[in-house]
Design a protein around this ligand. Sequence first.
Ligand code: HEM
Length: 184
Amino acid sequence: MLGYPFRPMLQAIEAKAGTAAVAEVKRRAGVPADRVYRMSETYADEECQRLLAAAGEVLDLSVEETCDLWAEAFLQDTQKRFPVWYQMCANSRALLEYHPEIHSGFAASLQDPEASRAVTDKFRIEKLERKLIVHYRSPNRLCLLYRALARRVIAYYGDEASIEETRCLHRGDDECEIHIRWAS
Ligand code: HEM
């Protein structure tokens, strides 16, 4: 996984529980204490999974709560760092529809074609009337993060939409299928 999302994750842990908590999360996850995640460098998916689990333990949060904390910091960071994506999109549907292309932009910066494909292959979106069906397949199984981010994107634009996950990697399905339906 690319380094970018790790940064807001660690920032959120620091904001909630201080630098000692960040150090403890890294220790439990087996991540070197001096690791600084670089935006466009790739790190082992297992590292992401270990960090998420360790963050939950240290902060005493469920996976859902940890993903929620991460999503809040992640989205705020994207809004500060990449405001143009939000300005370009008139509403939440436009941004959520466009989101795989944003990821592909990062993937394009990778030299290794396999690493690049690992990023681009995670999401596929079906575009229907007033509805998107998101197909998500990743060793990181971060559908809870996806849903927490999507909820925030919908709220950011002041839209109304429901989010329902009908298939899930955590339940043994071969992908997560997330249905986002707009009221109008
Ligand atoms: C400007 C906005 C955004 C930027 C710059 C951004 C960037 C990134 C990057 C660089 C990654 C790592 C990709 C990888 O290594 O596979 C990532 C992962 C992810 N992003 Fe985004 N993203 C944005 C918006 C969103 C939105 C709106 C959502 C959901 C609604 C989202 C959901 C996710 C998820 C679930 C992952 C983890 C994928 C995995 O490893 O399984 N992102 N994002």
